[in-house]
Design a binder for this molecule. Structure first.
Ligand code: NAG
Ligand code: NAG
Ligand code: NAG
Length: 367
């Protein structure tokens, strides 16, 4: 893709040069004697060789240039307005200057919890918040360790945004578990949400031991999570684990939810990264990633972006102690045994959460 970009750029200048010899040069000289022809041929060869060298040097140079220094001035300018509109949502502005509207500044003032569960959720998704509060979000003491839950919201937009915001403020007064920042809540702004989460953890709760980012449509076994984290073999710093993405290629299919234009991310491969629906990390990483983000240009795929920041920090994500702890798809038969052995898993239906949870709490063998 880099190469493609460079070729485009070269075409702009190369096109102009190639026009001249073809119109005023070669064709005029065709009728001239042989020596002239030879001279033109030699000149042409030299010119082709030079183009070849320049192309290769530029490619070599860009592959050695850190990613965040690409783009910017180097980027091919937009050619027309419709193209600008097409690409705009893929550009993420993370100026590190978003402000909290709903904050819980004293949460870790007296005593920091061992683990913070951070759940990004759309402002309008009250149903998911209620379900989580009634299930895995209601665990405040697990294996003797304090656990705290927060939901992360951006600003509602569109029709009914004002009323929704009033409801959010009321909900916050009731539960004190909402963190809201002043960016527009949208799919393309999920990277901002993750970064704002890390900012909050670094500035408000750096005394905690671990935090987990987990999506609102996931099942979480908090007991198994804490069990893994208190294990003496679990590193206390520079630690992050979850489920590694197996496909590290940038998606160029425009119909895909994960499509990313080459103009936004020129490399064809992503660095290794953990899937965004659930990853857990030691608190020391929060400030480090926030620092790294100043040097790594934001992209809207939040989990890939985290991988890019970790690569910048030279922090390598860990494999979980067992590959079955972070599950993506459901097995053919999923019963109590499945939910009692994982840390996280996706569910066929989010509405299953209450039923699954009640089943897990009821007496009887867990597996
Ligand atoms: C603008 O760019 C888009 C996307 O590349 C293209 O489809 C469209 O034809 C262009 N419009 C003009 C007026 O050049
Ligand atoms: C949370 O758990 C406590 C018991 O630990 C229970 O009394 C309370 O009703 C639960 N809250 C919700 C919203 O289910
Ligand atoms: C992301 O948030 C910023 C700040 O509120 C906003 O200007 C921008 O339009 C949002 N982007 C999308 C794609 O919603």
């Amino acid at each position: 893709m880099l190469f493609h970009m460079e070729m485009q750029r070269l075409n702009v200048t190369g096109g102009d040069i190639s026009k001249e010899p073809s119109e005023s040069g070669i064709f005029r000289h065709v009728r001239f004697p042989r020596q002239r022809c030879l001279v033109v041929l030699v000149l042409l060869s030299v010119w082709v060789l030079m183009i070849f060298l320049v192309t290769n040097l530029v490619t070599l140079h860009t592959s050695l240039t850190p990613f965040w220094q690409l783009g910017g001035q180097g980027e091919t300018p937009y050619t027309n307005n419709s193209e600008r509109e097409f690409f705009s949502p893929y550009h993420v502005a993370y100026p590190q200057s978003y402000q909290f509207i709903l904050d819980e500044p004293d949460e870790c003032h007296d005593q920091s919890p061992f683990l913070l569960l951070m759940v990004p959720v759309a402002p309008g998704n009250l149903v998911a918040r209620e379900d989580i509060r009634r299930t895995w979000g209601n665990e405040s003491m697990v294996l003797g360790q304090a656990v705290r839950l927060f939901f992360l919201l951006g600003l509602p937009s569109g029709e009914g945004a004002e009323r929704l915001q009033e409801e959010v403020l009321l909900e916050s007064r009731q539960y004190h578990d909402l963190l809201q920042s002043d960016f527009k809540d949208s799919y393309f702004n999920l990277t901002i949400k993750t970064m704002v989460m890390l900012e909050w953890l670094a500035s408000r709760c750096s005394g905690a031991s671990f935090a987990m980012k987990i999506d609102s449509d996931m099942f979480l076994n908090v007991h198994n999570l804490v069990h893994m984290l208190i294990d003496p073999t679990t590193p206390k710093s520079n630690f992050i684990t979850g489920k590694f993405s197996l496909n590290n290629r940038a998606v160029r299919d425009r119909t895909s939810k994960w499509y990313i234009p080459a103009k936004v991310y020129p490399n064809s491969k992503f660095p290794p990264y953990l899937l965004g629906n659930g990853y857990v990390f030691s608190i020391d990483l929060t400030q480090k990633i926030v620092e790294a983000s100043k040097h790594v240009r934001a992209i809207f795929l939040e989990d890939v972006y985290l991988g890019m920041c970790l690569k910048h920090l030279r922090v390598v994500a860990s494999n979980p102690p067992s590959s079955t702890l972070f599950k993506l798809s459901m097995p053919y038969i999923h019963n109590r045994c499945h939910y009692s052995t994982v840390i996280t898993t996706e569910m066929d239906h989010v509405s299953d959460l209450l039923r699954v949870w009640q089943d897990l709490q009821s007496p009887g063998t867990s597996c």
